[in-house]
Design a protein around this ligand. Structure first.
Ligand SMILES: *Cc1c(COP(=O)(O)O)cnc(C)c1O
Length: 230
């Protein structure tokens, strides 16, 4: 098994963030690094927090609850995976951001179960891949308009998962598409949808995502490893 060195990985990623920001005329402070701990132990997640990472992401309710119970409010908690409506009640009181709002039935359930306003990212399928969750780009605007009926939901931004490919030009196009959509929505100054943020970029593509405007990058493997991945 490869020995994971979170501190060393973090230094490399921070360097990449600085370089990508330099290249695109952005400030590194605009980019929040979320450590995706779904494939690692509680100990490894704690190591990330000890290294100064204050944002953790999980893609299953069980994983989020387990890590949150062990680590608590020291971190900000991001739910990044497909969320079944019946599981909403399990995480609603412990989660800070939901990155995977992709349908009206889920919005309805979040609104019903929440006892405060929940910051959500609307997930968009920018690549059109069958296997990817998320709304079609053409559906996003109307979807967000309808969310006005759900006062416990605030649209903080948009999220996408790019396909696992090498082609930089193609990846760039998916990230650009998401940024265009974000700009379109934020320019409407909707009070329920400030839509300031772009959650995009993972281990394989975060540099390109930052160059294209990512404000939240979600990194698992390259930062904390994936020792429990089966
Ligand atoms: C697992 C996952 C990540 C992190 O993936 P890595 O390639 O390990 O960096 C990011 N976003 C989502 C939605 C994920 O499910």
């Amino acid at each position: 098994m490869i020995k994971v060195d979170v501190s060393n990985n973090l230094h490399g990623i921070e360097q990449d963030i600085r370089e990508a920001c330099e290249k695109s005329g952005r400030s590194p402070e605009e980019v929040k690094l979320i450590a995706v701990t779904k494939y690692v132990t509680i100990e490894r997640a704690k190591e990330a927090v000890e290294n100064g990472i204050k944002d953790l992401g999980e893609n299953r309710p069980e994983g989020l609850l387990e890590k949150k119970n062990a680590i608590g409010d020291e971190a900000t908690w991001h739910f990044i995976g497909t969320l079944q409506s019946r599981k909403v009640k399990e995480i609603i009181d412990v989660v800070d951001y939901i990155h995977s709002l992709d349908r009206m039935s889920l919005a309805k359930e979040i609104n019903k179960r929440a006892s405060r306003v929940i910051d959500c990212f609307v997930q968009v399928n920018t690549s059109g891949e069958e296997s990817k969750h998320g709304l079609e780009p053409s559906e996003v605007s109307e979807f967000i308009d309808k969310l006005v009926d759900y006062p416990n939901i605030r649209v903080a931004g948009l999220m996408t998962m790019a396909p696992n490919i090498e082609d930089e030009t193609e990846l760039r196009n998916y990230f650009r598409k998401l940024k265009e959509l974000r700009d379109e929505i934020s320019n409407r100054h909707l009070s329920h949808a400030p839509c300031m943020f772009l959650s995009m970029g993972m281990s394989n593509d975060y540099k390109i995502a930052i160059e294209e405007g990512a404000t939240h990058i979600r990194i698992g493997t390259k930062l904390v490893g994936a020792e429990l991945k089966r």
